[in-house]
Every structure is written in C-alpha cells, then in structure tokens.
Design a protein around this ligand. Structure first.
Ligand SMILES: Nc1ncnc2c1ncn2[C@@H]1O[C@H](COP(=O)(O)OP(=O)(O)OP(=O)(O)O)[C@@H](O)[C@H]1O
Ligand SMILES: [Mg+2]
Length: 412
C-alpha cells in the first residue's frame, strides 16, 4: 500500500472522545491506521460543562491515536451535535444572461455563497450548506452540474446551523487541546455518511444515532437529506433508571446494562438471576435478570415514543420506504431490532460503519458511525484534496511510527 494522505477525525461524544487516523491510498480507499479513545468528561449532550476536563479528554484520546498511528496530530475534522443545531431547507439560483454557458466550479461555489449569505442569521454559524439537487434551466435535475451548458443554475439546499456560543466554545476547547479543527460536521450527517446505503437514501430512510446523551436523526427523501435534528435522549437514561431502581452506583448500572442487558423481557429465562451490589449492603444481592431487562425495555420504549413524536412532526413519513436504520452505542443492545420493529411498525436495520479498512475488530460497532463518517466526508471533499495531508512528522514521531507499525499489525 503506497502511503498517500493522512486524515484525522475526533468524535466528541457524551460518553467517549474517539480519535481516528485514516490514510487515503492512491485508489482513494480509506485505511484506518490509528485509534484513540478516552472517557468523555466535561461534555454532556453536545454542551461543554467543564472546559478543563473536556480538554483533558480530547488530549488523552489524541495522544493514544498518535501512539497507534505514529503521527503527530495537528489538524482534525470534528463533530458538532446537541439541541443547539438547527436546519433549514432553501433554494437559490444564478442566471447567466440570455446566452448559455458552461457551468464552472466557481459558479457552483458562488451559488453556495449566495445561499449562505441568504440564510445567515445573527448568533448562528453555518456548519453545512448541502446541495440536495441542482436544476438547470428549470427542467433537468442533475447531481453534478459542472461542465454542463445552461443559462440558469438553481439548487435546493439543506443548511445546518449551530448556535454561535456553542460553536465557539467547542472550537476554543479543541484549539486549547492543541488541535486545529479544519472542518466541523453535524453528527447526523457524519453517521448517515458511514451507515446508509444509496439505495436506502433513494427509497427514503430515517437514520437514528442513539448515543449516551443525544439521539441524532436524519431523514433522506429521494436520495437527498431533508431533515436533521439532535434531541437530548439516549443510553444514559437507561443507566440512570437502573441505578435508581436497584440502588447501585452509576458505574455499576452501566456495567449491568452492558453485560446483562437485552431489549426484550421475553428473551430472558424466567429463573435467570444476576448479582448486584446495592448501596448499604455488605454482600451481593441476587435479583431476577428479567427485572433488569424490564427496566431497559421500558426506557427504550419511552425513547422510541419520543422519537416517534419528533418524526411525526416532520410530515415526511409518507416518503420513507426503506424504514429506519439505528446506529450509535445503544444499537448494541441485543434484540433492540425486534423491539424497535414492534414499536415503530416498520423495517429496522442496525447500522454499522462501512467504507473503511483496518481496525475493524474495534471499529465495526455502531458507536463509531460518527468517526468513520467524518473521515469519509473529508475523503470525498474536493476542497480539502490539496491540503488534505494533516500529518506532521518529527524525530520523536518517526520513532513512534516504528512502534506504531508493530501495534497496528495486531489489529490487521
Ligand atoms: N453493549 C451495549 N449494551 C447496552 N448499551 C450499550 C452497549 N454499548 C454501548 N452502549 C450504550 O451506548 C451509549 C454510548 O453510545 P455512543 O458511544 O454512541 O455515545 P456518545 O457518542 O458518547 O454520546 P452522544 O453521541 O450521545 O453525545 C451509552 O449509553 C452506552 O451505555
Ligand atoms: Mg455520538
């Protein structure tokens, strides 16, 4: 494999900060060559609650990724998420006078600039202006108009905005951790990029990334993104329910959920028991496993009900024919597909990140949809192709690189 370009993504989530280093080979394929993960502290549902703790978590995750990849990380693509992100669908056009002309890359850029200036609003930062489709001379829908002849170029856009205060606080925290954020990506866009298939997007599909603190939603209709939203619900609520009901610490509740948790009570043998360590008890207490699962099932159904309410408000459900794809850490819960199918009354697929190689034993889980999605966005972004190489070598890192090659061989 010829070494080409190095790209880096940092997913700052409620439960973890993940740094993934990718290498794009000469064929354009993405190879993961470095991975670092740290417990996320000081950030909750996309909001920074403790600046220093967040900086430390980012640094820890980046340091581990530097060790496994052997590259010093300078630039990275970073996610934004949380209730403070909003979207807007809008149209804009350019006319070229009476005569037709060949549409250039610059024309497409000025159309983007025109829509960005139109939707700009005070106290908001525009994260994406995604062209859903281009229309030339009021008749033909095209995906890429560059090089075509027309006298009018129009486009429909899906624009994602973030509140400036949240955006700048996040940016400053990343910079304080010694990283230059070269691009921001909204969570639902990142996850959708790594788990959805084009056929699903064409048929109309709903993506749900259910994480620890937020559920990110995206709806695609006729191949294009139509709706994005981040709502403050997720797996932490299941953990808190377990902690309250069984009087155990949050850490114990998290372990019980991950070790013994399944989504439906019917999947548990009635006599099966597990040991828990409630506060104030000297010794372990045996409980029926079905009690734990009952708690998980009830909260999952609650989460699904809240999501359903949000989805109904979109009025897009009639255009969705490929069902729902669920990703994010919560998608790991065994039997969640069956429970979600019964609750939503539609086809459910568990989405795992695709379109990458290497570290697959580690990264093939739904909680890495955002990180892998960001790398794939960067890989396909022409505006980054010239300045894509994000690595910076030094003697120290040359040494690390040799060590990293050995570590890497364990993951391939
Ligand atoms: N095997 C599992 N069983 C049950 N729950 C799981 C399992 N694996 C992960 N989870 C849950 O998934 C959640 C973490 O998901 P994820 O890593 O996608 O979140 P995040 O990106 O850190 O947070 P967010 O995107 O909400 O800010 C946690 O609540 C965790 O307990
Ligand atoms: Mg997440």
């Amino acid at each position: 494999m010829e070494k080409e370009k190095i790209i880096v993504a940092i997913d700052i989530g409620t439960s973890k900060v993940t740094t993934v280093v990718g290498e794009i080979d000469e064929l354009g394929d993405l190879h993961i060559i470095g991975f670092g993960e740290a417990k996320s502290k000081g950030i909750d549902k996309g909001i920074i609650t403790n600046r220093n703790e967040t900086i430390k978590s980012i640094r820890e995750s980046v340091n581990l990724a530097e060790t496994t990849s052997g590259f010093k990380i300078v630039d990275a693509i970073v996610n934004v998420g949380g209730q403070h992100i909003e979207f807007q669908n809008d149209k804009e056009f350019l006319t070229f006078g009476v005569s037709q002309k060949e549409i250039t890359h610059e024309d497409i850029e000025s159309l983007h600039a025109k829509v960005i200036s139109k939707v700009s609003k005070e106290n908001y930062e525009i994260i994406h202006a995604l062209a859903k489709r281009y229309i030339i001379d009021d008749e033909n829908d095209v995906l890429d108009p560059e090089g075509m002849i027309a006298s009018k170029l129009e486009a429909e856009f899906h624009i994602i905005l973030d509140k400036q205060t949240s955006y700048y606080n996040l940016k400053r925290v990343i910079e304080a951790a010694g990283i230059n954020p070269v691009k921001f990506v909204a969570n639902p866009v990142a996850s959708a990029t790594s788990v959805l298939y084009n056929e699903e997007k064409e048929m109309g599909v709903i993506l749900l990334d259910i994480g620890a603190g937020t559920t990110d939603m995206a709806i695609y209709v006729e191949g294009a993104i139509e709706y994005t939203k981040s709502i403050p619900i997720g797996g932490n609520q299941i953990t808190m329910d377990i902690a309250h009901r069984f009087k155990v610490s949050k850490e114990d509740a998290e372990t019980l959920k991950k070790e013994y948790g399944v989504a439906i009570v019917e999947a548990v043998e009635p006599e099966e028991t597990i040991s828990i360590y409630p506060r104030g008890y000297e010794e372990a207490v045996e409980i029926n496993k079905s009690l734990l699962v009952e708690t998980i099932e009830a909260r999952l159904l609650d989460i699904f009900d809240l999501i359903k309410k949000e989805l109904q408000l979109t009025q897009l459900l009639g255009k969705v024919n490929a069902g729902i794809v669920i990703t994010g850490g919560v998608a790991n819960i065994p039997h969640i597909k069956t429970l979600a199918e019964a609750s939503f009354g539609t086809d459910i697929r568990i989405g795992r990140p695709k379109d990458y190689r290497g570290f697959s034993e580690k990264l093939s889980f739904p909680q890495y949809a955002t990180s892998i999605g960001m790398l794939n966005i960067l890989r396909n972004d022409n505006s980054f192709s010239s300045s894509l190489d994000m690595k910076q070598n030094s003697n120290f890192f040359d040494m690390l690189k040799k060590f990293a090659e050995t570590v890497r061989s364990w993951f391939y």
